[in-house]
Design a protein around this ligand. Structure first.
Ligand code: 26V
Length: 826
C-alpha cells in the first residue's frame, strides 16, 4: 500500500507552549500537586509532577476527540483484551505531543535531568508477551489513524511478575507497578458497573404471557473503570483505554456491616478484589482456573455494559452493529457472546433470533495460537456454577448451530460431535474457540501461514461450512514506540534521508532502498548501530552489572520461554561452539566474536521452561569464564525482560533469532521489530517470518529448518530424536557435554530432565533442525565478515519492512472485518 491513508490530522502540533511556560507548569504541579518545593522534591516527586504536566497537554485533545467521535456517530472498535503490555508512558506522550525538546530544556533550566526522571517510571506490565503487546500496538495505531476505538481490559494490581535470578534460576517477585503512584490513570468510580456471579436461573411468564428466563445471581462485585490516554502521534487525537478494577459492592458491604462481622466484611472485600489482583502468567497447562474465568467475565461484562450505557437512551439496539464491533483478542473475552445475548433477550426483551442476528454482527474473533493445549475450554460444571444463565444460552446457541450443521450434512454424527461447542471428553466442557467462531462475523489468524493452518488444521469443519468467514490479518508493530522512540539515532538518519513522513506511513521506508548502495550512508548506518550497542552497554552495566562488549556481533533471542520457541536450539548452538573450541577443533580466533543475548520469562508453573532458563545461565557462566574461549563467545541474560528493555536491546541487535518449529509460532512480532531496526533474521519458515523473508529477500534473511508440511510428515510416521543424536557427532558431543555436568559442577545431574526430554521426546524437533541451524549460523558468520554486504542487507531489512506497521494491520482489520472509518476533522 503506497497511498498515505493517515486521515484526520488536525494539525501537527508545534507546541504553542514555551520552555518557560512548561517549567512554570511543572513547578506548579510539583508544589500544588505533589505538595513539595523543588528543593525537597525526590526523583519520584519530580517524575510524578512531570507526568501530570505532560498529561495536561493531552487533556483538551482527549475531550475534543471524544466529542468529535460522539458527534460523528462513528462506528467504534471495542477491543476486548485481557492483556495490554503498554510499556512506559512518559516518552510516548512526549513524542506524541512533540514536547521532548521543550521538556528537556525546561527541566535543565531547573537543574533536572529528563533521563533520570524517565528511569523512574515503572512500566505497566499488564500482559504476558506477544498478545498483550499487540493490543498496545493496535490501540496506538488506531489513535494515530483517528479511528474511534476503546480498549477494554483489566487493571491488574500486580502485572507480570518481576523476574530475578538466584544462582541462575528464575525466582519471581511481585510486580508492584502502582506503589509509587500512577500518574497516567484517571479513576471513574461514578461509572462503576455491578457484575453478578453464581446463583441459578428461573423461568417466569411476563406481562404479555411470554415464558422467559432470568438469572437469579448469588453474589456480585463492582467494576471501577480507570481511563488511560492513548495519544495519536502528533495528530491531536487521544483515544481511551479503559481498564476495570474489582471492588466489593455497596450492597455487599452493607449486608456484612449489618451482620456485625468485621472479619467477614474484610474477607468479602478481599474476595471481590482478588478478581483484578494478579495477571495470570500463561501456564504450561491452562487447566480450569476459576479465578481466571471470573476475571474474563468480570471485564467483559463491565465493558459491554459500559458501551451500552454510553448509547443514547432511545437507541434502537437492532442498530448495534452500526456503532460497534467487539473484537475478541483470543478466546479470553468470548464469554461476552452469551453476555450480550443475555442482555438483549432477558433484559431488553428482544426475540432470540433477532438478538442472535445482532450478536453475530457485533463480534469478531482473532486466534493467536495453533497449539491445541493453548485453546481454552471451560468445564461445564464450573461455567454452570459461576454463570448458569450463560451456560443455558451457550447450550441453545449450540443446539441451533448443530441443527444447521445437520441440515448441511445429513447423517454425519461424527461431524456433529467434532463441531459441537460442548466437548464430552476428558470432561464435559465448553470450547471457547468454537463459540467464538460460530458467533463471530469474522475469524482471523495473525499471519498468512497461521491463518492457513487455522483453516486447515484447527477449525477445518468450520472453514468448510463458512469459507468466507475466515480471513487473515498479518500482525504489525507500532513504528512510534519501536522505531521513533526506541531508536532515535536511526530515526534521525531515516528522516534525514527521506523526511519525517515515514513515522505514520511506514511503506515510505522503501525510499531508502537506493541508499543501501551508498557507501557513506552505510557508514552512518553502522555508526547508529554502534551507538545503540554503546547505549545498551550502559543500560546493562547500571541495570544488571553486566559488561557488554560493543565490538562483537550482537545475536539476540528475546521472547517468552516456551519449548516450541526452541531456546534450547540456541543453547545447543552455543554449547556446540564451546565444545568445539575446548576440544581444539575450532580456533576461537577464526570466528567473528559474538555476544549471545537472551531475554525470557518462564511461566512460574512451567517446570521445563524454568529448567531451560537455568541451563542458559549456567552455560553462560561457564563459557564467559573460560579463557580458552578468548572472548569469542559471550552469553548475557539480563533478568526481567520487558518492553522497556526491549526498546534498548532491539535497536542494538545485529542478528534476530526467530527459530520456532515451523507451524507453531502464530506470527511473532519481535521478528518485525528487529527487521525494522536493521537486524538480519536467522529463522524458520514460520509465522510472520515467511512474510518478512518474502519482503526483505532471500539474500537478506538466513532461512533454515524443516517446513511445516515436512514437520507434519515426520510426526505422522513417528519422530525419533535419538537417531539424530546417534548420527550427528557434533550434536552428540554438545548434548554429552551438558549431560556430563560440565555446566553444573555442584549438581551434575541437574539438567538431566532437559537432556532426557531431548533424546526421547523432543516435541518440537530441535534435534531434527540442529544441523540445518548450525549450517545457517556458519552462513551468518561468513556474511558478517563482509562488513559492507552486511550493512547493505541491514538497510534493506529496514527499507522493506514497512508492511509490518500496525497501522497497516489496522487498515486491514477495517477493510476486512470492522468496516469502520476514521473520524476526520470537520
Ligand atoms: C499459551 C500457551 C499455554 C499452554 C502452553 C503453550 C502456550 C503457548 C502460547 C500461549 C499463548 C497464546 C496466545 C499468544 O500470546 N499468542 C501470541 O500472539 C502473538 C500476537 O498475535 C503472536 O505474535 C505470537 O506468535 C503468539 O504466540
Amino acid at each position: 500500500m503506497t497511498e498515505n491513508r493517515v486521515n484526520g490530522t488536525v494539525s501537527v502540533t508545534a507546541p504553542q507552549h514555551s520552555v518557560e511556560g512548561f517549567a512554570k507548569e511543572f513547578l506548579r504541579e510539583l508544589n500544588f500537586g505533589q505538595g513539595v518545593p523543588l528543593s525537597r522534591a525526590s526523583v519520584n516527586d519530580q517524575y510524578l509532577a512531570l507526568a501530570r504536566t505532560v498529561r495536561e497537554y493531552l487533556m483538551a485533545r482527549w475531550m475534543e476527540t471524544l466529542r468529535r467521535q460522539r458527534d460523528a456517530h462513528a462506528k467504534t472498535v471495542a477491543y476486548l483484551s485481557a492483556e495490554y503490555l503498554l510499556g512506559r508512558q512518559l516518552d510516548n506522550a512526549l513524542i506524541a505531543t512533540d514536547l521532548t525538546e521543550i521538556v528537556e530544556e525546561a527541566l535543565t533550566s531547573l537543574g533536572i535531568d529528563l533521563a533520570t526522571l524517565r528511569e523512574q517510571e515503572v512500566e505497566p506490565g499488564l500482559g504476558n508477551g506477544g498478545l498483550g503487546r499487540l493490543a498496545a500496538c493496535f490501540v496506538d495505531s488506531l489513535a494515530t489513524m483517528s479511528v474511534p476505538c476503546i480498549g477494554y481490559g483489566i487493571r491488574y494490581e500486580y502485572g507480570i511478575f518481576r523476574q530475578t535470578f538466584v544462582d541462575g534460576w528464575q525466582v519471581e517477585q511481585p510486580d508492584t507497578w502502582l506503589s509509587l503512584g500512577a500518574p497516567w490513570e484517571f479513576p471513574h468510580p461514578e461509572d462503576a458497573v455491578t457484575v453478578h456471579f453464581g446463583g441459578s436461573t428461573e423461568t417466569y411468564t411476563d406481562d404479555d404471557g411470554v415464558t422467559r428466563s432470568r438469572w437469579v445471581p448469588a453474589w456480585d462485585v463492582l467494576g471501577v473503570p480507570y481511563n488511560y490516554m492513548v495519544p495519536g502521534y502528533q495528530n491531536g487525537r487521544v483515544n481511551t483505554l479503559r481498564l476495570w478494577s474489582a471492588r466489593a459492592t455497596k450492597a455487599f458491604d452493607l449486608q456484612i456491616f449489618n451482620s456485625g462481622d468485621y472479619a467477614e466484611a474484610v474477607r468479602a472485600q478481599t474476595f471481590a478484589e482478588n478478581i483484578s489482583k494478579v495477571l495470570y502468567p500463561e501456564d504450561s497447562t491452562p487447566q480450569g482456573k476459576e479465578l481466571r474465568l471470573q476475571q474474563q467475565y468480570f471485564f467483559v461484562a463491565c465493558s459491554i455494559r459500559d458501551f451500552l450505557d454510553g448509547l443514547p437512551a432511545d437507541f434502537d439496539l437492532h442498530r448495534l452493529p452500526d456503532v460497534v464491533m467487539f473484537q475478541l483478542n483470543d478466546t479470553h473475552p468470548v464469554i461476552g457472546v452469551p453476555e450480550l445475548m443475555r442482555i438483549l433477550v432477558d433484559e431488553k426483551k428482544i426475540a432470540w433470533d433477532e438478538a442472535w442476528a445482532i450478536t453475530q454482527k457485533c463480534f469478531a474473533y482473532t486466534c493467536h495460537t495453533l497449539l491445541p493445549e493453548a485453546l481454552e475450554v471451560w468445564p461445564v460444571e464450573l461455567l454452570g456454577r459461576l454463570l448458569p444463565r450463560h451456560l443455558e444460552i451457550i447450550y441453545r446457541i449450540n443446539d441451533e448451530f448443530l441443527a444447521q450443521v445437520r441440515q448441511a450434512y445429513p447423517n454425519d454424527e461424527l461431524r456433529l460431535r467434532r463441531m459441537s461447542i460442548i466437548a464430552e471428553h476428558p470432561e464435559r466442557s465448553v470450547r471457547m474457540a468454537f463459540l467464538a467462531t460460530i458467533a463471530g462475523a469474522k475469524v482471523n489468524g495473525v499471519a498468512a501461514l497461521h491463518s492457513q493452518l487455522l483453516r486447515d488444521n484447527v477449525l477445518p469443519d468450520f472453514s468448510e461450512l463458512w469459507p468466507d468467514k475466515f480471513t487473515n490479518v498479518t500482525n504489525g508493530v507500532t513504528p512510534r514506540r519501536f522505531v521513533r522512540l526506541a531508536n532515535p539515532a536511526l530515526s534521525d538518519l531515516i528522516t534525514d534521508a527521506i523526511g519525517p513522513g515515514w513515522v505514520t506511513d511506514l511503506e515510505r521506508l522503501r525510499e531508502m532502498e537506493p541508499l543501501a548502495d551508498d557507501a557513506e550512508f552505510r557508514e552512518r548506518f553502522r555508526a547508529v548501530k554502534l551507538a545503540n550497542k554503546q547505549r545498551l552497554a550502559g543500560v546493562l552495566a547500571t541495570r544488571d552489572g553486566i559488561e557488554l562488549r560493543t565490538d562483537a556481533m550482537l545475536d539476540v533471542m528475546v521472547k517468552r520461554l516456551h519449548e516450541y520457541k526452541r531456546q534450547t536450539l540456541k543453547v545447543l548452538h552455543i554449547v556446540s561452539l564451546y565444545e568445539r573450541i575446548i576440544s581444539g577443533e575450532l580456533d576461537p580466533a577464526s570466528i567473528p566474536p559474538r555476544v549471545f543475548a537472551f531475554g525470557a520469562k518462564a511461566a512460574p508453573g512451567y517446570k521445563m521452561a524454568k529448567q531451560i532458563i537455568g541451563l542458559i545461565n549456567h552455560v553462560g557462566a561457564t563459557v564467559n569464564a573460560d579463557p580458552r574461549v578468548q572472548g569469542a563467545l559471550t552469553v548475557v541474560f539480563p533478568p526481567n525482560y520487558n518492553v522497556t528493555l526491549a526498546e534498548k536491546l532491539i535497536p542494538a541487535a545485529d542478528l534476530s533469532e526467530q527459530i520456532s518449529l515451523a507451524g507453531k509460532e502464530a506470527s511473532g512480532t519481535g521478528n518485525m521489530k528487529f527487521a525494522l531496526n536493521g537486524a538480519l533474521t536467522i529463522g524458520t519458515d514460520d509465522g510472520a517470518n515467511v512474510e518478512i523473508r518474502e519482503l526483505v529477500g532471500d539474500d537478506n534473511f538466513f532461512l533454515f529448518g524443516l517446513l511445516e508440511p515436512q514437520v507434519a510428515e515426520i510426526q505422522a510416521v513417528g519422530y525419533d530424536p535419538s537417531k539424530y543424536y546417534e548420527e550427528n557427532a557434533t550434536l552428540r558431543r554438545a548434548i554429552d557435554l551438558i549431560a556430563s555436568g560440565t555446566f553444573s559442577p555442584d549438581d551434575k545431574r541437574v539438567f538431566e530432565p532437559i537432556v532426557s526430554n531431548l533424546l526421547t521426546e523432543d516435541r518440537f524437533l530441535a534435534l531434527a533442525d540442529f544441523q540445518a541451524y548450525l549450517d545457517a549460523q556458519e552462513r551468518v558468520d561468513v556474511a558478517y565478515r563482509d562488513v559492507e554486504g552486511w550493512t547493505r542487507s541491514a538497510i534493506l531489512n529496514v527499507a522493506r519492512s514497512g508492511f509490518f506497521s500496525s497501522d497497516r494491520s489496522m487498515w486491514d482489520y477495517i477493510d476486512r472485518i470492522w468496516h469502520s472509518q476514521p473520524v476526520v476533522a470537520r
